[in-house]
Design a binder for this molecule. Structure first.
Ligand SMILES: Nc1nc2c(c(=O)[nH]1)N[C@H]1C(S)=C(S)[C@@H](COP(=O)(O)O)O[C@H]1N2
Ligand SMILES: [Mo]
Length: 255
């Protein structure tokens, strides 16, 4: 058995035993030792958040894929959640088919980048039929096409200090992911849904698709990605890692 597997088994059983038997404090200490503390670990629910995040990360260490479906499973109803960015700027970008839109990728990277939609579409694309679930209970299956985020991360050269990728929408909604989900092979910067360019409601021109987390972690209307080790620089500067976490939802919304 590989060293890693042994360590993983030890960690999983260790966390479970610590959480169940000798108490939560020991489990938290153990999670901390392995760098598995989520940014919203404080407050009333913080202990639960830490146990969930740490256990998931240990169990998913091999980057398992979310289930992919056949075309026949694609949902006929595809609900839209939240309104597109308000204001003239977005309306003009949309009317101009986003030729003036750019995705900037900056922060802890060797070569900060600014990508047009044409640039992103020129990179190797990936298509997946996956399930998107909103925290409110509804869900749908759709086909998504885009460039794998890891392709763009390779282009900009992520520095080893980066711990999170922060995604910022044109509506100023933002959220973040750890590098595990950022590098995940199914994580896409999607520009098409069900074979058509993204509609305004679903996030035109570009949205994040993370297959193993709830809907609100899939930031729409993307404009910036920042690699960082400090989430206190964003949003309300609480360090909680996202507009959703600042509003009381879990930062880690793994499914
Ligand atoms: N920029 C931005 N992204 C967002 C939101 C938002 O309000 N702004 N809402 C989120 C929520 S709560 C969900 S469930 C999904 C829904 O995606 P859909 O509208 O394509 O169904 O988008 C997420 N991405
Ligand atoms: Mo949602």
């Amino acid at each position: 058995m590989s060293k890693w597997l042994t360590r993983r088994r030890l960690l999983t059983t260790g966390l479970a035993t610590a959480a169940g038997g000798s108490g939560l404090a020991a489990a938290i200490r153990m999670a901390g030792r392995y760098g598995l503390i989520p940014p919203d670990c404080g407050g009333l629910w913080g202990v639960g958040e830490t146990i969930t995040y740490a256990s998931h990360r240990i169990l998913t260490a091999g980057n398992p894929l979310a289930r992919e479906f056949d075309r026949s499973a694609i949902s006929t109803m595809t609900p839209v959640k939240h309104n597109p960015p308000k204001g003239e700027k977005y309306r003009q970008l949309f009317a101009g088919e986003f030729v003036d839109w750019r995705l900037t990728v900056e922060g802890m990277v060797a070569r900060p980048g600014s990508f047009s939609l044409a640039d992103l579409k020129s990179y190797p694309s990936q298509t997946q039929i996956t399930h998107m679930a909103c925290e409110e209970g509804w869900s749908f299956i759709a086909e998504w096409t885009g460039v794998p985020l890891r392709h763009v991360l390779d282009l900009v050269g992520v520095l080893p200090q980066a711990k999170y990728a922060v995604f910022i929408g044109l509506d100023r909604v933002w959220d973040s992911h750890d590098m595990h989900d950022a590098w995940h092979p199914q994580t896409l910067l999607a520009y098409e849904m069900n074979g058509e360019k993204l509609t305004m409601g679903h996030g035109a021109p570009l949205r994040l698709r993370v297959t193993r987390q709830l809907g609100y972690k899939n930031v729409k209307w993307l404009s910036r990605i920042v690699l960082t080790d400090n989430l206190k620089l964003f949003g309300k500067r609480t360090g909680k890692g996202g507009a959703s976490a600042e509003a009381g939802w879990s930062w880690y919304a793994g499914i």
